[in-house]
Design a protein around this ligand. Structure first.
Ligand code: SAH
Ligand code: SF4
Ligand code: F3S
Length: 476
């Protein structure tokens, strides 16, 4: 059996400690990667979780290509398989363990295949212990803070050593990593990393580390390059984009200012996600109102509709404050579409608390929501809260909630029937090669017949039919 080199292991407790210390920016030198250890080899990268993880996956693929690898979707052909994991709920983790189990066979079938695990799960001690005890098929584990070390780590793993190299410290920002993006017309751009909110249920502040905003100049360089390459739409990314800049020594430049400055570029469409209600300020709302290039859609996770539960969750706002903010949004950005995230069955959530969530969903008139049953995350404060609601009851609450949420999706589509909307064409529909699909300004999925040559273009579509999950239309 191969020897495992444990260079550094994660520590959730250490990760939770926020020190004011200076954030160091590392400028990655792509020219220094001169080894071609992947030449003639195939790599398969499987990314799970949020857009932040997808962005990391793009950098991982960028690095692998630089090392000479070709990327494949087929894990049975690959010489290297990387699982870029998510830890946000138990279900997400179980899925990964299922895949790790399956990969044992892949590894047996083909000698020399390397298997790596990275992403948020790699940042948890329990993951490392489980791998060491149960999954010898994993050769390499690295975390969310050291993707840039991949060339070195791979070299070591290839030389026959198993390697675990995960850091809990998050006082760096790595710039200039190569990225291979999925689309040629729309891109995601990180404006910040990490999260300092510590919502009591959430593992993200531990797995992604402390809040670090990218320098304005670095953000602009990336975005200007994308615009020059013909990108029409950019989505700014962060766990809490509204808190952009609050970690700078001079915090006078805020997210709203960044929006105002981005509106001066000739980018056609700007989006941003995710937003935290506590930090959503008037400046941001006004920027949305003033600049037509900022799309009239906001994803504003509310999580719960009962003030008691919101407090237990450490969300830092009340239901009333939340409603006040979205009412202002609706006044200043007429027709805006608001979507959200909701957790049901949080520890201690009573039937009455849940009904308050239902009331809020109706009052807010959300046009979409990601809904989840609370999943206990070891190491978070809420893991210690008393939870006496049965899983059957939680499932029932989720079902009841989804019925209301789905009505909101449908209503949000119905209001466009007969209207002409602008769609950025992403590609052909999943089920029919002759149907194009893309998103409207309000972030509604639109399907319509059209030619593939329109992929990547902004087109006008007349909406003819509203369904729950998408709208259908015809090209104008
Ligand atoms: N930073 C974002 C959310 C990141 S996680 C925000 O604050 O909105 C995405 C969503 O997963 C959260 O909004 C929440 O609804 C859900 N989530 C996070 N932790 C969870 C847990 N332990 N159980 C169930 N859902 C969870
Ligand atoms: Fe998690 Fe809260 Fe941070 Fe969002 S804001 S990532 S829910 S801790
Ligand atoms: Fe999952 Fe990590 Fe994103 S836990 S949701 S991949 S930040």
């Amino acid at each position: 059996m191969k020897k495992t080199i444990v260079k550094s292991k994660p520590d959730l407790n250490q990760a939770s400690k926020r020190t004011a210390g200076i954030i160091e920016t590392i400028r990655f030198d792509i020219n220094a990667v001169d080894s071609l250890i992947g030449q003639g080899k195939l790599a398969n990268v499987q990314t799970y979780g949020c857009q932040g993880n997808v962005a990391d996956g793009d950098a991982i693929i960028g690095l692998l290509e630089k090392l000479g690898y070709k990327i494949t979707d087929d894990e049975n052909q690959a010489d290297l398989i990387l699982l870029n994991t998510c830890a946000v709920r138990e279900g997400a983790e179980n899925k990964i363990w299922g895949i790790v189990g399956r990969l044992k066979r892949v590894k047996k079938a083909r000698n020399g295949v390397l298997i790596g695990l990275c992403g948020c799960m790699a940042q948890e001690e329990t993951t490392i212990t489980t791998i060491q005890e149960k999954y010898p098929q994993i050769d390499l584990v690295f975390g969310t803070h050291n993707i840039h070390e991949l060339p070195h780590m791979l070299k070591q793993a290839m030389s026959g050593q198993k390697l675990i190299q995960v850091y809990s410290d998050s006082s760096t920002i790595v710039e200039e990593l190569p990225r291979v993006r999925e689309y040629k017309h729309k891109a995601f751009v990180n404006i910040m990393y990490g999260c300092d909110e510590f919502c009591s249920y959430c593992i993200v502040p531990y797995t992604r580390g402390k809040k670090r905003s990218r320098a304005k100049a670095d953000i602009f360089k990336e975005i200007d390059d994308l615009i020059l390459s013909g990108y029409s739409e950019i989505t700014l990314l962060g766990q809490n984009v509204n808190a952009y800049g609050t970690d700078f020594e001079d915090s006078s430049y805020s997210f709203g200012d960044l929006l105002d400055d981005l509106a001066k570029t000739n980018l056609k469409r700007l989006r941003f996600t995710t937003n935290h209600p506590h930090y959503l300020d008037e400046k941001t709302i006004k920027a949305m109102a003033n600049h037509s290039m900022i799309m009239p859609h906001l994803h504003l996770p509310v999580q719960a509709g009962s003030n008691r539960v919101l407090e237990l969750m450490n969300r830092k706002y009340t239901k009333e404050e939340y409603l006040e903010k979205i009412n202002l949004l609706k006044v200043l950005v007429p027709g805006i579409s608001i979507t959200t995230d909701i957790i049901v069955g949080f520890s201690g959530e009573s039937q009455k608390d849940f009904e308050e969530t239902l009331d809020l969903v109706k009052e807010a008139a959300f046009e979409g929501a990601f809904t989840f049953i609370y999943s206990k995350r070891e190491g978070t404060p809420a893991a210690l809260f008393k939870d006496d609601t049965s899983i059957e009851e939680k499932k029932l609450r989720l079902k009841t909630l989804n019925t209301v949420v789905n009505e909101g999706y449908l209503k949000g589509h119905k209001r466009f029937v007969g209207e002409i909307v602008e769609v950025l064409v992403d590609g052909v529909s999943k089920n029919n090669e002759l149907i194009l699909s893309g998103y409207s300004q309000h972030n509604k999925l639109v399907n319509f017949p059209g030619d593939k040559s329109l992929i990547g273009k902004l087109v006008s579509v007349k909406i003819t039919k509203a369904n729950t999950w998408f709208m259908s239309g015809e090209l104008i």
